[in-house]
Design a protein around this ligand. Structure first.
Ligand SMILES: [Zn+2]
Length: 178
């Protein structure tokens, strides 16, 4: 026997239209199973409404909220670690692939030769870099220096203020929860 839609209607008979209620009553007269469901559900609803409410232990909600913050922080950290781990692993794989590719393309002798060349040339390259840097530093007008300093100082101030405000807000939140 098909008990739908009566099985569903049984769960909340208050929302039924008069037609549906009449249909429901007719079905209940002929169907002992749905009659049992209706009676049981009525009992459960009465039980739920009349059951004595148990009071939570003192400080339960505060402790729950405090631990919620902690648990969220831990979950966030875990997620960050996972992301960084995935990033690190993919970087490592790319590096290994690149190294394998280079090794298959060039002979070890070539490879060692170029490493030695890089090391031997390093002092000269560094000197050259320093000359280039010194050259450009003399080319920059003093006004640009002042402008750059002001921009950097402003950014540092913005970061410091934002950081302080964020810290203050979290600190206050912690005090409210406590
Ligand atoms: Zn039925």
């Amino acid at each position: 026997m098909n008990h739908q839609p009566f099985e569903t209607w049984n769960l909340d008979r208050t929302v039924l239209s008069p037609d549906q209620q009449a249909e429901m009553a007719r079905h209940l007269e002929t169907c002992p199973e749905c009659r049992l469901t209706a009676a049981t559900w009525d009992c459960i609803q009465i039980e739920m409404k009349t059951a004595q409410r148990v009071k939570a232990p003192t400080g339960f909600s505060i402790r729950f909220q405090n631990s919620l913050v902690e648990r969220r922080r831990l979950a966030h950290r875990k997620q960050t670690q996972k992301m960084l781990g995935a990033l690190g692993i993919s970087l490592l794989v790319i590096l290994i692939l690149l190294a394998a590719y280079t090794l298959t393309r060039t002979s070890p002798a070539n490879w060692i030769g170029s490493v030695i060349r890089v090391i031997a040339d390093a002092p000269f390259n560094l000197l050259e870099l320093r000359f280039i840097a010194a050259f450009w530093l003399t080319k920059i007008p003093p006004l640009a220096w002042i402008g750059a300093s002001i921009i950097i100082a402003a950014w540092m101030m913005v970061f410091t203020i934002t950081g302080a405000l964020t810290y203050k807000r979290f600190h206050r939140q912690g005090e409210i929860l406590r």
